[in-house]
Design a protein around this ligand. Structure first.
Ligand code: ZN
Length: 145
């Protein structure tokens, strides 16, 4: 992984064969990074994405074992019960140019993956929400409007 850091902007370049979530977990751990926002693009050799069924409160996984363009990748880093949690979504396209996407559970870089990462000084944490069955963001001093 190549890393360029400038003020609060970090550029990460993941090489072919790297797994996205593992690389981000290692990157955050080495810097004691607790909160960040990330966006990116590139190409994957495979991806496991999920769609959340609010009725059953279960993720439905779908594996794509084919070369995919990473059209758009976005997400954030927060803490769940004191442990880092990357929440990533992505839109991809295969040889047929049709877009697919979802909640990223695994992604292996196929060519390159270029990421822009902005560390945040606020502590973003997630708390379990009974209504949705998900760990939702619970921002400090957050007011409901
Ligand atoms: Zn998600």
């Amino acid at each position: 992984m190549k890393i360029f850091e400038s003020d609060s902007n970090h550029i990460l370049v993941l090489e072919r064969g790297k797994e996205l979530l593992s690389a981000l977990e290692r990157y955050a751990s080495q810097r004691s990074l607790e909160s960040a926002w990330v966006s990116g693009l590139g190409a994957a050799s495979s991806a496991m994405v999920a769609w959340y069924d609010i009725e059953t409160k279960q993720y439905i996984d779908r594996a794509f074992d084919e070369p995919l363009e990473i059209l758009s990748l976005t997400g954030n880093l927060s803490q769940v019960d004191g442990k880092p949690f990357w929440h990533l979504h992505g839109t991809f396209a295969g040889r047929d140019y049709n877009a697919v996407g979802g909640h990223i559970k695994q992604l292996v870089v196929g060519v390159t993956c270029e990421l822009h990462l902005s560390p945040l000084s606020i502590a973003m944490t997630r708390r379990f929400d009974d209504t949705t069955g998900l760990n939702l963001l619970a921002l400090p001093a957050c007011s409901d409007s």
